[in-house]
Design a protein around this ligand. Structure first.
Ligand code: F0G
Length: 475
């Protein structure tokens, strides 16, 4: 039996995996059979910890390549579970997979030039290719697996749309639990809402935004003993680590110089940081890439705390008075997140502390970009042969900004994560391309868009062959 086979044939994980509080002064541990979204002792976030010494870990990441030849096994086909030795909390029989993680890392000369880097130095990690069209499936397969392990019959989430689409698809495909999703009225792009409805999720539209919906769903889950699938669920983030494993795989296991990711609830950035910390500790990589987390300017809590108030991980001793004071003032002023990048329209990122830890581990930076910068970057991403929703384009807009500031060098290799598919939010795309510099769509204008440099609007033409030919010949 090969090393990797031995590692995954275990039927119980109780003794080699546990839940552990991230707070260094607490570090309380709990069994993986418990349903927790915060440390019962101190209220901080939980991680999944492993007894790596007793688990079979590959001696080199390239050992995972052996699984390419056994892709008929659904666990080896999955872009998440083929790395199961690096998230070993589940017995194989419990794993819920729908073929997630068949995503690609591709270079783009057009985007490299747009960002200001040497040709092919920007690589786009296209997570929109997941079954529900966003990176969330990486996490939802892991959360669904844990839900199955604990016998959950109902699973819930609050969402700006993608988490709900992902939970809904896993619920309908696996038929193991019912999905209950909370979304803010008018706060979710139509493509995403249509998914939750079509996959049969019980969908509650709350008269509020994501922050309101999350507050409510947390309360509901606690009272009704419903399994919560937001990224406060530490099992979900285990699945999201694999986005980084696939990036490394595509780069022949060599870390790039930069990972650039949009920041909303900060689950991805947190998961990426944990992934690199673990790989480094296990001796599987010798250096970690730098991490850039990009907020939309209209939902910029991380930027505010990190850049304006210098809040840092500080070995787990975060400046909670400053954080609490920031949120108290936000509430007092009733300040609400507002951005066309609705997926990251979040003012209370629940994974803030884990993200601070990731920024510390990956020598990170935080930036904010305007909706104008996001939509322009998005149009260039489309023109370059990809296609993403607005929030995803924050990564490219952020890389461009960091290049302009001289923080990213022209020769750096930069991986931007495209978190969600273009078809999630066709309204924003059509509104941009249908606008002209003289006449901006009113919804875009309301978010400060005053130019559409890369608009590719439809040509309106009469239903007459000669007129149509005139247009074509003038191209
Ligand atoms: N990009 C997209 C397309 C998203 O849907 C989200 C989050 C993010 C980026 C931000 O990622 O929270 O890990 O920092 N969407 C959540 C949802 C909140 O409900 O679908 P994060």
């Amino acid at each position: 039996m090969s090393t990797l086979e031995a590692a995954t044939s275990t039927t119980t994980r109780q003794d080699t995996a546990w839940q552990v509080c991230i707070q260094p002064d607490c570090r309380s541990t709990y069994g993986i059979d418990e349903i927790l979204v915060a440390c019962p002792k101190c209220g901080n976030l939980l991680d999944i910890g492993y007894d790596w010494d007793r688990l079979e870990v590959p001696s080199s990441l390239s050992e995972f390549e052996a699984r390419w030849s056994t892709r008929r096994n659904p666990l080896d086909f999955s872009g998440v579970w083929r790395f199961r030795n690096l998230l070993p909390f589940a017995p194989e029989a419990s794993i819920v997979t729908i073929g997630e993680g068949q995503t690609i890392l591709r270079e783009s000369n057009l985007i490299s030039r747009y960002v200001g880097l040497n040709d092919s130095n920007v690589l786009l990690q296209y997570e929109g290719l997941n079954p529900s069209g966003s990176f969330k499936d990486n996490g939802m397969t892991a959360a669904s697996t844990h839900a199955r392990m604990v016998g959950a019959k109902f699973a819930a989430c609050a969402s700006t749309g993608n988490t709900s689409a992902s939970l809904a698809i896993y619920s309908s495909a696996a038929q193991l639990f019912n999905a209950l999703v909370f979304v803010g009225t008018g706060k979710i792009a139509f493509g995403k809402l249509s998914q939750a409805l079509d996959y049969g999720a019980h969908t509650l539209q709350i008269a509020g935004d994501f922050d309101d919906a999350l507050k409510q769903v947390r309360e509901v889950c606690q009272r009704e003993k419903i399994y919560l699938c937001n990224s406060v669920n530490p099992f979900r983030l285990e699945g999201q680590k694999t986005i980084m494993f696939r990036v490394l795989e595509a780069l022949n296991w060599q870390p790039p110089d930069w990972i650039v990711v949009p920041g909303g609830n900060l689950g991805n950035s947190s998961a990426f940081g944990k992934a690199f910390l673990e790989l480094k500790d296990l001796g599987l990589i010798d250096r970690v890439p730098r991490l850039a987390v990009i907020n939309a300017a209209g939902a910029n809590t991380l930027h505010q705390l990190y850049n304006e108030r210098s809040v840092r991980w500080n070995d787990g001793r975060t400046d909670d008075a400053t954080i609490d004071g920031f949120f108290a003032q936000m509430d007092a002023e009733n300040r609400r997140a507002s951005t066309l990048a609705t997926a990251i329209e979040i003012n209370r990122p629940v994974n803030l502390k884990k993200c601070l830890r990731a920024l510390d581990a990956c020598h990170g930076v935080v930036r904010q970009v305007s909706d104008q910068e996001i939509l322009d970057a998005k149009a260039q991403i489309g023109a370059g042969g990809f296609g993403c929703e607005p929030a995803s384009a924050a990564s490219v807009a952020g890389a461009k900004l960091l290049r302009e500031e001289g923080i990213i060098a022209p020769s750096d290799q930069v991986v931007c994560i495209l978190t969600g598919h273009q078809l999630k939010d066709p309204n924003a795309t059509v509104a941009y391309h249908s606008s002209t510099n003289g006449e901006i769509d009113s919804k875009l204008a309301a978010h400060g868009i005053d130019s559409v440099t890369f608009a590719n609007g439809p040509v309106v033409v009469e239903n007459e062959l000669d007129r149509i030919l005139d247009v074509i010949r003038s191209l």
